[in-house]
Design a protein around this ligand. Structure first.
Ligand code: HEM
Length: 228
């Protein structure tokens, strides 16, 4: 007997959940670690981000309208995705033969490309290895909007990530809350990236909480480190 159903089977629901976790959460958490790493290893970056959040959001809860005004934090998210794209290597099956940089790429080939490499090309990115959120500020005279083939943490073409806006929104808002309410210190700056599937710090990112502030900016936690 043929049964038509408009509901998802248990297996389909399970597959959706697995896709959401693999494609959505592990990528975003990897990017979050690198954004925190960039903020904590770039002199003055944490304070600058906190000052921006204070000026734009103050003590109220953040809203979607704040996103476009958090210019520096937006730069932090983009720099993290540039230097440490969670999907560092990606693949395509070549449907039709084409030529690239004088080389013939045959139809049927399996093609690997790496946003990690593209995002560090000195001919595209000045001072490519520096974590410089300012480079994403459209009001700066040296601003240059990268082409879609130059900045591709979310892939490109018809299969470009459907969660790109959700991920950048999550990252910006999580960072806004974090910088507004904490002072952190990295316990070790010897962080090695590994990429079994998602590019992330090999042993995670161990930080010491130096200070916790509540909604009205009052300090609620001091650690010994801060009193030194
Ligand atoms: C920082 C976070 C994320 C990164 C770096 C990322 C990266 C990517 C990349 C590189 C692709 C492949 C694009 C291509 O083949 O050209 C992709 C596809 C995809 N992503 Fe994301 N992603 C992120 C977050 C998310 C989130 C939050 C969701 C869902 C809520 C999501 C859902 C998907 C789905 C469903 C696809 C497959 C699209 C298709 O094949 O048509 N991703 N992502």
């Amino acid at each position: 007997m043929l049964v038509h159903s408009s509901t998802l089977s248990n297996k389909e629901i399970r597959d959706q959940v697995v896709s959401l976790i693999a494609a959505g959460f592990s990528t975003t958490s990897g990017a979050m670690a690198w954004a925190v790493y960039g903020l904590l290893t770039t002199p003055g970056a944490w304070r600058r981000a906190a000052a921006e959040v204070h000026a734009v959001i103050g003590d109220r809860a953040p809203t979607g309208a704040d996103l476009s005004r958090l210019t520096y934090l937006n730069g932090v998210v983009h720099e993290a995705l540039r230097l440490f794209p969670p999907a560092a290597i990606w693949a395509r099956s070549v449907v039709e033969e084409f030529e690239f940089a004088g080389k013939r790429i045959g139809g049927g080939s399996f093609l690997l490309f790496s946003p990690y490499v593209t995002h560090r090309l000195p001919e595209v990115w000045p001072d490519p290895l520096l974590f410089r959120p300012e480079r994403w500020d459209p009001d700066r005279v040296d601003y240059r909007k990268p082409g879609p083939h130059e900045f591709l943490p979310f892939g490109g073409g018809p299969h470009r990530c459907i969660g790109a806006n959700m991920a950048t929104t999550h990252l910006t808002m999580m960072l806004a809350r974090l910088v507004a309410h904490t002072e952190l210190r990295l316990e070790s700056t010897k962080i090695r990236p590994v990429s079994p599937t998602i590019l992330r710090p090999r042993h995670g990112l161990l930080v010491k909480i130096l200070e916790l502030r509540n909604e009205v900016g009052a300090k609620t936690v001091h650690t010994e480190a801060q009193q030194d």
